[in-house]
Ligand binder design. Structure first.
Ligand code: FES
Length: 400
């Protein structure tokens, strides 16, 4: 039995699934990418029986698998294990829309994401990868505001940062603020070298020192990110260059953080999406308790580890706020926990609005000011709150 996607009457013909997601518009291969990515939740999955079998080769061994399914599905049928949280001897497949390429293997001699690549008769798959990693990356451009890991006092100049956005995410946030990149699986993949080359040119052309990568979730494809930062540093050896990683930190382990710092990361923005498991699940759209708990713990552990071990790395924390999914009491608890790590950490509260699948209303200025006051009361020294009109600075001043 395999899944096939069908459009329901909720379809608004926005065409996002065809233009940016579906790897096989002529014939569904059951990858479910459109089901994950449709902003209108207009895709339904139905079970179908397949009686048409083809031959594929995995590491030189011959197997029969159903036709018109993904390589990932075929490998699962053959006993290969895929995982949502990085684990030894399992293939990490966190986004499942073809964006992160963490699940990529060598398919007919080329690196391709298994989650959205259809099997074909005679296909040869190698599970040992010898090729340079790739992934989809969007939106290389100059930014005037920066991200969570950008020092707040830099905001307000023309360009303060050159940024790019990695496609694919392990979260399914209903209010995702960057969903056309997060769920994009159709674009030309970039090697770390190519991405570093584009970023270096951009830095020169707009005259900034800061280079940021955000997403989607940029940490998903570890090999790619480590090579990218390393190559970026090689091309930008001057003391002024800053390398900023904006992340949900949900898969950052101590050794991953050590590796990023070793290759050049100088600034990190970590989003904490709650302190209570239930809030975290609502914000991230994750419904599996065990996976959600692993991610939630990893986020907080990563924050504590980087602050306690790397005083040279600038750390900013982002908190998405909307009264629909977080109480002021939880904001207080988050503030206390951050204070317990270090009361000087920069905390930026983001006023989340309805995007992607969510229709929540953007918080009012007064609501954000209350959040600011709660975080100041618990003792945090550097609190910035984004509002619909501008931001509230650590001194309580309003800035456009
Ligand atoms: S899991 Fe396949 S591309 Fe991200």
């Amino acid at each position: 039995m395999v899944k096939r996607a069908v459009r329901s009457e909720r379809c608004k013909n926005c065409n996002f699934c065809i233009s940016s997601v579906c790897p096989s518009p002529e014939e569904c291969i059951g990858c479910n990418a459109c089901y994950i990515a449709c902003p209108n939740e207009a895709v339904e999955l139905i079970d179908i029986e397949i009686n048409d079998y083809i031959t594929i080769y995995v590491n030189g061994e011959k197997f029969q698998v159903p036709n018109k399914i993904t390589v990932k599905k075929a490998l699962e049928m053959l006993g290969y294990k895929f995982t949502k949280f990085p684990e030894k001897n399992k293939i990490f497949a966190p986004c499942e829309v073809g964006g992160c390429w963490s699940c990529a293997l060598e398919i007919d001699g080329e690196l391709k994401p298994t989650c959205v690549t259809p099997v074909r008769s005679g296909m040869r798959i190698e599970t040992e990868i010898k090729q340079t990693p790739k992934r989809l990356v969007h939106g290389f451009s100059g930014h005037t505001v920066g991200g969570v890991g950008t020092p707040w006092w830099l905001k307000g100049f023309i360009y303060i940062e050159a940024a790019c956005f990695a496609c694919g995410c392990n979260f399914r946030c209903p209010q995702c603020q960057n969903w056309t990149t997060t769920y994009c699986g159709k674009d030309i993949p970039l090697t770390p070298l190519k991405a570093a080359e584009i970023m270096t040119k951009l830095r020169k052309s707009i005259g900034v020192d800061r280079m940021a990568i955000s997403g989607g979730e940029c940490t998903l494809n570890r090999e790619w990110l480590v090579e990218y930062i390393s190559e970026l540093k090689r091309r930008n050896p001057d003391k002024e260059a800053r390398f900023h990683v904006d992340t949900n930190a949900s898969i950052l382990t101590k050794d991953y953080i050590d590796e990023l710092v070793r290759v050049g990361m100088t600034d990190i923005g970590i989003d904490v999406k709650g302190i209570e498991l239930e809030t975290f699940k609502i914000i991230t759209g994750l419904d599996d308790d065990d996976i959600a708990e692993l991610h939630l713990k990893a986020e907080w552990n990563a924050l504590e580890y980087v602050v306690n071990n790397y005083s040279d790395v600038f750390v900013g924390v982002g908190i998405p706020y909307n009264k629909e999914f977080m109480s002021l009491n939880e904001i207080r608890k988050i503030g206390e926990k951050i204070c317990g790590i270090n009361d000087e950490i920069q905390v930026c509260v983001l006023d989340y609005r309805g995007e992607f699948r969510s229709r929540i209303e953007r918080p009012s200025y007064d609501e954000m000011f209350k959040v600011w006051k709660v975080l100041k009361e618990v003792g945090l020294k550097t609190v910035i709150c984004q509002t619909r009109y501008g931001y509230i600075s650590p001194s309580g001043k309003f800035n456009f």
